[in-house]
Design a protein around this ligand. Sequence first.
Ligand SMILES: [Zn+2]
Length: 472
Amino acid sequence: HPSDNFTSMLNDVQGPETCNTYNMLRLTKMLYQDSPETNFADYYERALYNHILASQEPEKGGFVYFTPMRPGHYRVYSQPETSMWCCVGSGLENHTKYGEFIYAHQKDTLYVNLFIPSQLTWKEKGVTLTQETRFPDDGKVTLRIDKAPKKGITLKIRQPQWTGHSKEYNVKINGKNEASIVEENSNYLTLHRKWKKGDVITFNLPMKVSLEQIPDKKDYYAFLYGPIVLAASTGTGHLDGLYADDSRGGHIAHGKQIPLQEVPMLIGNPESIRNSLHKKDDNQLIFTFDGNVYPAQNKTLELIPFFRLHNARYAIYFRQANEEQFKIIQKEMATAERKATELANQTVDLIFPGEQQPESDHGIQYEQAETGTNKDRHFRRTKGWFSYNLKVKEEAGRIRITIQKNDRNKVAILLNNNKLAVNPTISEADKDGFITLSWLLPQKLKSGSCPIRFTPDGTEWTPAIYEVRLLK
Ligand SMILES: [Zn+2]
């Protein structure tokens, strides 16, 4: 999607691929080796906890290909006997690499970049250092010198960007407060001395809830706790293909798409929304939202780290509206809902050209035809022909197709081998430039099936056709 428009990312059931982040971490590590700046470590930490750590199902061990950002959707896990996707190959590596990038060294300086329980042996300097922490469940970190170097070395402890570079780290060495030094433009707490075996350095990473707007600045927000993205479970219904089969699209979560307006929307301004999320207790990362939510939930909206949310639908980005915007949205939704219901009640049969299942359900046949997508909708067009069998489930008197307003190609339609009239009724364009062409049928269709065939009409191609709808 374009960097200034994330709409397609929010709508798509596909979305961030694990291999992409796998590669970004490799790239980040190389960039860091060129210039050891904390912004690379900040990115690495976010990507590691929020995507990589989230990409393995904890019980059966399956790997994730797509992590949809579509609110209310879900992800699919690989199985040993059905799936050997790229993200399974890189996935096997991902979860063996949590020891990488925690530490780095240059001359006499040791950098502590990540807060992960670990033991470091730096042979050349004769250093063994142990890091103990429950991060991100707790911001407290302990570094212990188990083997001291002969000469003095400098310890540089990363000050994450998400701490706002506050001075509240409360650094102690062997229990005594340490006035730590932060070098300008470095964002590392710098401690230099001749270390002794058994020296213990402790500090606290100040963790807090923050709210982050989607990068294109639309009205969608995500909650974070420190660097950890939080998510709400939105249920476990229709998780079709949760454990992937060996089909071509087995890695895609193809189950029902929950309409976006049914996913919780947060009502209020961003500041009040951020202040409405509270940590439930001291020991666990569970957060409750006590602000206004639409549609009203039957229980409190609860958020946990996304990397701990599995086998369920989820929301990471939440739509936000202030009270006045919300009143307008409600009116628009009611109108759209009414129109959709009316249309559904009038519909006898419906095909989405270019979509695999609806096309095969309607006996697609074609010559010199192609499919594609535009504005999140699938289409088919042809310079030969394509055809379907419409299912006449009840009496039908109208046929309607959807095309783009600016598509200058023309189409001839044969219904039951009779060509439809040249002049259809044309609708106004909707906000994405789609129009409908509709024809009143000379004779009503009663039952059974009815072939419909599309060919170009004096142009090389037909227009791209997005929808074919048989109406009462
Ligand atoms: Zn992949």
